[in-house]
Design a protein around this ligand. Structure first.
Ligand SMILES: [Zn+2]
Length: 456
């Protein structure tokens, strides 16, 4: 992973390699400015040549991928840094729901009747739920941060799942779809969204889906998207050249699978026929959060290029790149080749800054215990990144990670290898103050779906 470099006046220069960073530090030309992400500040240089850098963004509901890339000849991308930003929308939602429930109990506990109040609040236009607004805010916070560390000149955002303009009124225009072409991927994403990511016939979800002609080609069915659906391999082969009604009436295999998935044949057939006539609304392919993010990204003044998820997938499969959130971000938009993508990913986890409420509550909303008035203990605060050098005892050694403080001065440290408990404050030094995020460098690639792959 590349190391960020600032000049003497903290203006961003081109990121350098780890080897060069080591030399700069050894020779005393630079100091460490920030540990996460690693940033050096040159002691005597002011200004320098920079090249255009792109930041790719793949916004997700739980994790947003970010990829910083250098571009050469416009068509070649070189990956410098990969980030995965883990959101905490779920925790925010849970905390707010809990607060609402506690309030509701307090207000209604001693009140026999209260006239209903409703429809007496307005929400501003473009309002997002706090858990969603948080996603926009954290992504934006990191775009701003990275701009302070590197000379970013352009942004690429994945905005929609598929590009309706590429499909040109997908339901009615004739399309010679082909697997493996950009158009093929856009069609596939469209069908996945329209048919709810399951086999249209039997409802299987845990299986690869194939593009399937409802009216078979041999019976004069067209290649139009309105005649296409997605089915599992079994349904596809069993249906073969039968019409839809014949297939549902005759196939025993389908009946068995329908039963296993808890569907009845009549209802399912009805659903397929209804679905076929309904083009997918544009609105269901985009989501409000991504648009909100797009609008704030535009406000930075940098050129923002938007692309579809279909194109991301097309790029990824064309170049044989594994599926991770960060690498998806590197594959957003139009380009030829992607180089040097085998770099570790820095996982940035939104942790919050602790709670304002000092009373800990039981699950019934009664006080269970109280937090300290001050958040600081012996100069440390929960969330700080610390390095502890323990000279003797069971926990002897060096532990680096996020600290959780206790009033006694005996801290817990969350290291890359796991939690270490009961470390005295005397052995700790702060290497970076808490900023609401936890950091973790993954040397391996976390494939979406659980598998791991080592980085060469
Ligand atoms: Zn099926």
């Amino acid at each position: 992973m590349a190391v960020f470099v600032l000049d003497k006046q903290k203006q961003p220069l081109m990121p350098c390699s780890e080897k060069r960073a080591r030399l700069l530090l050894q020779r005393g030309h630079a100091v460490v400015h920030k540990r996460y992400p690693l940033t050096l500040r040159l002691k005597d240089r002011i200004g320098g040549d920079t090249q255009p850098l792109r930041l790719g963004i793949d916004p997700g509901s739980k994790v947003t991928g970010l990829a910083l890339m250098r571009e050469s000849d416009g068509e070649q991308r070189h990956v410098l840094c990969l980030f995965e930003l883990a959101h905490r929308g779920f925790q925010i939602r849970k905390a707010l729901q809990q607060r609402a429930a506690f309030r509701r109990r307090r207000r209604s506990a001693n009140l026999r009747y209260r006239a209903p109040r409703f429809n007496n609040r307005t929400k501003p236009k473009g309002w997002l739920a706090p858990s969603l607004q948080h996603r926009v805010d954290t992504v934006m916070a990191w775009v701003v941060r990275l701009r302070k560390l590197a000379p970013i000149t352009a942004l690429d955002q994945e905005l929609v799942r598929f590009d309706t303009q590429k499909l040109e009124n997908p339901e009615i225009s004739g399309i010679e779809y082909q697997q493996g072409t950009l158009l093929g991927y856009e069609v596939r994403e469209y069908l996945l969204e329209k048919w709810g990511r399951e086999c249209a016939y039997c409802g299987d979800t845990e299986t690869p889906l194939e593009i399937e002609h409802v009216v078979p080609r041999s019976r004069g069915g067209s290649n139009r998207v309105s005649n296409l659906t997605l089915s599992c391999h079994d349904c596809n082969t069993e249906k073969n050249r039968q019409s839809l009604a014949d297939f549902f009436a005759a196939s025993t295999g389908l009946r068995r699978r329908l039963k296993a998935n808890g569907h009845t044949a009549d209802a399912r057939l009805d659903r397929v026929q209804r679905q076929l006539k309904q083009p997918l609304r544009d609105a269901s392919a985009v989501n409000a959060t991504r648009w909100a993010l797009f609008n704030v990204l535009k406000a930075t003044g940098l050129p923002v290029t938007v692309a579809s998820g279909g194109r991301t997938k097309y790029n990824r499969q064309r170049l044989g790149i594994p599926k991770t959130h960060a690498l998806d971000a590197a594959c957003v938009g139009a380009f030829d080749t992607l180089n040097d993508w085998q770099v570790p990913t820095l996982t940035i986890k939104a942790m919050g800054r602790g709670s304002y409420q000092r009373t800990r509550l039981s699950k019934f909303g009664f006080p269970r215990g109280y937090l300290m008035r001050q958040k600081q203990v012996k100069g440390f605060q929960t969330g700080d990144m610390v390095k502890a050098i323990v000279p003797t005892g069971k926990k002897a050694g060096t532990h680096t990670g996020r600290v959780a403080v206790r009033k006694t001065g005996s801290f817990n440290i969350q290291t890359e290898q796991g939690a270490v408990q009961g470390i005295s404050y005397k052995y700790c030094t702060v290497i970076q103050r808490g900023d609401g995020y936890g950091y973790h460098l993954t040397p391996t690639i976390h494939l979406i779906g659980g598998a791991e792959q080592a980085v060469a």
